[in-house]
Design a protein around this ligand. Structure first.
Ligand code: SAM
Length: 404
């Protein structure tokens, strides 16, 4: 699987939800050359939009905090004096925002080298880190916040129980179906579709299987590139993933608690491991354990039909898959805030189906590990003075929680 994937060219990423249409070389007439050009333009545009969202995070979050501050200050002085810790708490949040922003900036600084998109850097100063930052959509900001929480789920000690409940059943099924006694693990190719930040795929590769994670979201791809290729010292990086949650906090300190990552060294795969992450759409699935949370439901300009598990299962069977294992009501969470006063639990369905993998659209971008980035210059919340109120850009964003 890896070899074929490596030979493929870059999958267009202009729209996370669009499938790639293969282009036959002989069909490259003027019209189709124009179509390719247009494809590349849209691809750059999409890259630009996501990079802009990473860079806009701080402005958007500072505006959120400034709004709270303004509202607090509109209270009568005698009421404000009942809450002497309120404004200092907002200042702490501001420092957390600045720290998150620095990590996000580090992530995007690296992302232009991930894909072989022709002359991207030369063609657009934005990709060299300059260029005007414009307000990002609420949708993109929500995706970014979800991506920050994904670091907890995949690469922190706090995420272990969630990983145990979501990933372990899949890993157990793989081991059961492809036991060491009967299989040469390195010849068993496993695809993890929608791999997020790549931890499940990495765990499978750790066991010795050839494993490829696949993902179409640039939010996820940029971030997994960072953690897998740039972080190697255990718990050397810090994020504040809960600062976006202003409600349901038992203690104010819960909102500004950090998480540390990675909880393991992503470069510690055994020698000869076959592990990669690919960008693009997937077509076929091996094993799945998930809820049916439809992210594009109720989004006016997005196509979405929300199927029941029963309907999905019928479609799977019509594709010729045979369901080997089926467990309903596997209780799990998704990027849960353990200390929150409100938590979502999903009753997932675990099913295992058998079918040969066929080709899917992706390309390999991880090869040798890159040198780790020195993060020591990123400010430490405990050591530095408050950054103060940042100039807030005009934005109409509203706070809305949405999982990736
Ligand atoms: C709910 S998240 C789960 C991520 C990860 N598997 C985990 O358990 O943490 C689903 C992921 O699938 C990705 N995804 C959805 N449809 C996809 C497709 N057709 N091709 C590739 N990735 C897809 C989304 O971008 C998202 O990151």
């Amino acid at each position: 699987m890896g070899a074929e994937a490596e030979a493929e060219s870059a999958a267009p990423l202009n729209d996370e939800r669009r499938r790639r249409q293969p282009v036959e070389p002989r069909a490259l007439t003027t019209a189709s050359a124009r179509a390719v050009e247009e494809e590349e333009r849209l691809e750059r545009e999409h890259f630009r939009r996501i990079i802009n969202a990473f860079r806009y995070y701080g402005t958007s979050m500072h505006e959120r905090v400034n709004r709270t501050e303004r509202q607090f200050k509109s209270l009568p002085a005698n009421q404000q004096s009942l809450l002497p810790q309120f404004l200092p708490h907002l200042d702490k949040i501001r420092k957390c925002i600045d720290h998150n922003q620095e990590i996000l900036q580090t992530i995007v600084n690296d992302c232009v080298h991930m894909f072989e998109i022709r002359n991207m850097e030369k063609m657009d100063p934005f990709f060299r880190g300059s260029g005007k930052i414009t307000p990002a959509s609420t949708f993109d900001m929500d995706k970014l916040k979800s991506t920050l929480k994904q670091f907890v789920r995949d690469w922190s000690e706090e995420g272990k129980s969630e990983r145990d409940s979501c990933y372990q059943p899949i890993i157990s099924e793989i081991i059961k179906n492809f036991p060491k006694e009967r299989w040469d693990f390195s010849k068993v190719n496993i695809l993890v579709p929608g791999a997020g930040l790549g931890r499940l795929a990495w765990e499978i590769a750790m066991l010795g299987y050839a494993c490829q994670g696949n993902e179409w979201s640039l939010f996820m791809l940029f971030s997994s590139n960072f953690v897998l290729n740039r972080c190697s010292q255990i718990n050397s990086c810090k994020l504040y993933p809960w600062i976006h949650q202003f409600s349901n906090n038992r203690r104010s300190a819960d909102q500004i608690r950090p998480i540390y990552f990675p909880d393991v060294d992503p470069h510690s795969l055994p020698p000869g491991s076959n592990f990669s992450m690919t960008a693009g759409d997937f077509q076929e699935i091996y094993s799945e354990c998930s809820p049916l949370l439809y992210h594009f439901e109720n989004l006016g300009n997005e196509l979405s039909i929300e199927l029941s598990y029963e309907d999905i299962k019928n479609v799977i069977l019509q594709y010729g898959f045979h369901i080997e294992v089926e467990k309903e009501s596997v209780l799990s969470t998704y990027t849960v805030n353990e200390l929150s006063m409100m938590k979502y639990y999903y009753e997932c369905v675990l099913f295992v189906q058998e079918e040969e993998f066929s080709q899917y659209n992706s390309f390999l971008y991880w090869r040798a590990p890159l040198p780790a980035i020195d993060l020591s210059d990123i400010q430490n919340l405990d050591e530095e003075t408050p950054s103060g109120t940042k100039a807030a850009a005009r934005t109409d964003t509203t706070e809305a929680e949405m999982e990736t």
